[in-house]
Design a protein around this ligand. Structure first.
Ligand code: SF4
Length: 386
């Protein structure tokens, strides 16, 4: 939705105005999602319908352009062989333009229809390469928007009377790690933060960004240091502007630092519903998914959050039927779900996505009936509570 608001703004800047329906329009932009196979198939169905309208319009000498953007085009522009783009053109011959979302940029204020609640994108892309996930291929590597630019956008929203902002990123709480690295590249090599092998060096290193002093943090289960993120600081600065509610989505468990928990705990206007994707409750499956935590570490994090954040409600994402997931491994997910007590879950039946490690290396060997059965169990357990 946030991307669509930016797309609308860029078309308005070209002198266009919103049509009452896509049948009335002259230009139709389809903003695509590829996270699951079903989402991709819906795009093909929609474009097929648009193609019929286009045919009628052209017969009446009217302009009708179909522009496809979003994740589908993201993957096509990153595929250097050009094969993926060729495939899209073949499946959707009526499309006039495949437009990378990056072309839209952040130059124009998003055309928001909601006058009280606003989405604010703070980063785009992902570096984590979970083995099932297409996002690093569709959206590229993680790029954080400049800190000051986000602050300015939020201040403008506050001045316009917005009551709620939701900060957005594929990994919203990893925000700023790349900014720290960029900052790094501007200082002498001897002082760079990437010299992680020398503990004393790390201890003594004090990088300064604005008023912040940044030091790398040691991640036990990875056995290495990780660049910390600026998210807790950004969140706190936005909160201080006085919105009724500040929300953020989607956070990953491994960047959910104690510092972030403290910021949430002490600021009542930060949403108490936090989305914390777990994906599986089984350690072997988590490892296979390249998720950087064990079930116990996830549960420990939840405990720390529950202790400090009053009235916390957790929502999550879970994939059932991931490659080789046995019934016992699925039961570990059921056990974790019961321990956490999620408010809501987005449950996906695993479907192989192009380019991902899981598609290349693992077998999608859980039968679809079994995936459906597991989906029903979790859905009943989490989403059907009255
Ligand atoms: S699941 Fe999330 S963290 Fe993992 S690769 Fe996809 S976007 Fe990145």
């Amino acid at each position: 939705m946030a991307d669509s608001e930016r797309i609308a703004a860029s078309f308005k800047a070209r002198g266009m105005k919103k049509a009452s329906s896509y049948k009335q329009a002259n230009y139709v932009v389809v903003n695509t999602c590829m996270v699951r196979e079903s989402a991709e198939n819906r795009v093909y169905g929609l474009v097929n319908n648009l193609a019929k309208i286009k045919q009628e319009k052209l017969q009446n000498n009217e302009v009708y352009k179909i522009i496809v953007t979003g994740c589908m085009v993201g993957i096509a522009v990153r595929d250097k062989t050009g094969r993926y783009l060729g495939r899209l053109k073949e499946i959707m011959p009526a499309v006039d333009e495949f437009m990378p979302i990056e072309e839209v940029g952040f130059d124009f204020a998003p055309l928001r229809t909601n006058k009280t609640e606003a989405w604010v994108a703070i980063s785009n892309g992902c570096n984590n390469f979970c083995t099932y996930c297409i996002v690093p291929y569709t959206r590229g590597r993680e790029v954080s928007r400049p800190y000051e630019e986000i602050i300015k956008e939020c201040q403008n929203l506050k001045e316009k009377g917005y009551k709620k902002v939701t900060l957005l990123g594929q990994n919203v709480n990893s925000y700023g790690a790349d900014l720290i690295l960029n900052f790094n590249s501007q200082i002498p090599r001897s002082k760079q933060i990437s010299n992680f092998n020398n503990e004393n060096h790390i201890e003594n290193l004090k990088l300064k960004i604005g008023n912040l002093r940044i030091r790398p943090i040691y991640v036990k289960h990875l056995g290495r240091h990780r660049i910390p993120t600026l998210f807790p600081h950004l969140l706190e600065e936005v909160v201080k502007m006085g919105f009724e509610t500040v929300d953020f989505i989607s956070s990953n468990p491994w960047d959910f630092s104690d510092e972030l928990i403290d910021v949430i705990a002490k600021n009542k206007n930060i949403s108490r519903t936090i989305h914390l994707p777990v994906q599986s409750g089984d350690d072997e499956i988590l490892k296979k998914m390249n998720r950087w935590y064990t079930a116990k570490e996830y549960l420990d994090l939840v405990d720390r959050m529950k202790k400090k954040i009053k009235n916390l409600r957790l929502t999550t994402d879970i994939i059932v039927g991931f490659c080789t997931e046995s019934k016992e491994q699925f039961q570990n997910t059921v056990r974790l779900v019961k321990k956490v007590g999620f408010e809501k879950a987005y449950i996906a039946r695993y479907s192989p996505r192009p380019m991902t490690t899981a598609t290349k290396k693992f077998k999608d060997d859980v039968p679809s009936e079994e995936k459906k059965r597991r989906w029903n169990i979790l859905n009943k357990l989490i989403n059907s509570k009255s």
